[in-house]
Ligand binder design. Structure first.
Ligand SMILES: Cc1cc2nc3c(=O)[nH]c(=O)nc-3n(C[C@H](O)[C@H](O)[C@H](O)COP(=O)(O)OP(=O)(O)OC[C@H]3O[C@@H](n4cnc5c(N)ncnc54)[C@H](O)[C@@H]3O)c2cc1C
Length: 439
């Protein structure tokens, strides 16, 4: 019997799951991969930094899966809004949520609502052309930006704020962001973290890039670094990252003075409130020390000047009506990917926002094993479902404007043709233009 699978979300987790389903069932499975956007690949398109094109290249692998006969892209359809989960359950044997974690975790601090304070989902979405954030228009006319967080997303944001126009050659940063950055007055980017060098979540490659920026130089206060012997207990990747921080601390002042932009690491500093009247003017932080891996406040506070604040402190998934959700953890309530028999979660919707792109692959394979188990035990029922034919009838009755993979290829071609010199593409940043481009 043909099995029908609905995957909600076309990011890495969605396509790895589709690949796993193909490997498991071959011609005996039909997979529909839904996405809210008319374009596929989730954060590969809208999260991964525009100047990291080799990483974005992973989408070629998903294309191989997407182009096979038994996998279909169903774009421009929001599950939970255009179509309910209950309706999908009537049509498909199993539904896998690969919806990611698209919302910024709030800072939970006074002053968070001041103008020019953004979460990284919004800010990164702005420079990467996510239709939801294309109109963000951050004000880059001030001299000082504060980036809160000690992970790779904070590094992406700090690097994008520091690069020259020439350094964006070959990237697919969208035109509206490039225009704004061209006239940016930001000359100091302070990267703030509650804990110290041994607790950073930044990887060596991303830290190492800061040493090679044309007009920006990283700075770490040598007093923040633990004795070098203490690095011996760190796992090798983190040890290498801390090594980069040590190199930043050793950059001579005269070398740094030759660079227009300072990238200052302010560690052991826990934000307590954002100050300003209408627009943000500073971030008040409390000096901390680290005890048993946790930041402990010292009571001493100071204000870091800030004309722009980007909080890179993590993400939350959104609940979908009819699907059990763990509010505290900000992800679907699941046991190793199984929400209940028939409903499953993979990727960031399953685990929360951690790990690399590749971390999502085993999730996809594991969940397909769970679905196979549930099929074998009869937990998913034995009646034949209608799958894609049933969905097509529903979509026609509801007049949904479904975007197919073939449509996406036309959108992609139009984006490639519109690229500025040396860039791979110029993305459409609103849904209407995407739809129009498919012809
Ligand atoms: C700023 C940033 C930079 C990153 N850089 C790197 C990097 O350099 N290297 C690396 O290895 N990892 C990087 N990552 C991590 C990587 O992007 C994630 O591991 C990965 O994208 C998670 O995959 P996912 O499929 O779970 O979610 P996503 O990629 O977020 O995909 C979710 C998809 O679901 C769709 N969707 C959501 N809700 C619905 C709904 N109700 N109906 C239909 N569709 C829906 C969304 O539109 C989206 O397309 C980065 C992450 C961020 C945020």
């Amino acid at each position: 019997m043909i099995r029908h699978l609905a995957i909600v979300g076309s990011g890495p987790a969605g396509y790895y799951t589709a690949e796993a389903a193909q490997k498991k069932w071959g011609d005996d499975v039909r997979v529909d991969v839904f996405d809210t956007l008319p374009v596929p690949y989730g954060l590969i398109r809208t999260g991964v930094a525009p100047d990291h094109q080799s990483i974005k290249g992973v989408s070629r692998r998903y294309e191989t899966t997407a182009l096979s006969d038994n996998v279909r892209f169903v774009g421009n359809v929001t599950i939970g809004q255009d179509v309910t989960v209950e309706e999908l359950q009537q049509l498909y044997d199993a539904i896998v949520f690969a919806t990611g974690a698209p919302h910024d975790k709030p800072l939970g601090l006074p002053g968070e609502d001041l103008a020019n304070v953004f979460g990284s989902a919004a800010f990164v979405g702005w420079y990467n052309g996510h239709p939801q954030f294309a109109e963000l228009a951050p004000d880059l006319s001030g001299g000082h930006a504060v980036v809160i967080g000690m992970g790779n997303v904070a590094l992406d944001v700090a690097r994008i704020l520091s690069k020259t126009e020439a350094e964006f050659a070959g990237s697919d940063i969208v035109n509206h962001a490039l225009d704004a950055l061209r006239t940016s007055h930001i000359r100091t980017v302070t990267i703030v973290g509650r804990r110290g060098p041994h607790q950073i979540m930044m990887t060596p490659k991303e830290l190492g890039e800061l040493m090679h920026l044309e007009r920006a130089s990283p700075r770490v206060d040598p007093a923040d670094l633990p004795a070098q012997e203490e690095d011996a207990i760190l796992e090798p990747g983190l040890r290498k990252s801390v090594g980069h921080l040590r190199s930043f601390a050793a950059i001579p002042d005269n070398e740094r003075a030759g660079k227009a932009i300072g990238l200052d690491f302010d560690m052991f500093a826990s934000p307590v409130r954002l100050v300003g009247t209408d627009k943000v003017e500073g971030v008040e932080v409390e000096r901390t020390r680290v005890e048993a891996g946790r930041a402990v406040g010292s009571g001493e506070t100071y204000v870091i000047p800030a004309d722009l604040v980007v909080a890179c402190i993590g993400y939350r998934s959104s609940p979908i009506p009819g699907v059990p959700f763990d509010e505290r953890a900000g992800k679907f309530a699941n046991d190793e990917g199984r929400i209940v028999p028939g409903l499953y979660a993979v990727g960031w919707a399953r685990r929360g926002p951690t790990g690399t792109i590749g971390t999502n692959r085993p999730d996809g394979f594991a969940v397909i094993d769970k679905i196979a188990e549930d099929l074998a035990t009869g937990a998913l029922g034995n009646t034949a479902k209608q799958g894609r034919a049933g969905f097509d009838a529903l979509a026609a009755a509801r007049k949904l404007d479904v975007v197919t993979f073939r449509d996406w290829k036309k959108i992609e071609e139009a984006e490639n043709q519109a690229a500025r010199d040396g860039a791979p593409r110029e993305k459409f940043v609103d849904i209407e233009s995407m739809i129009r481009a498919r012809g």
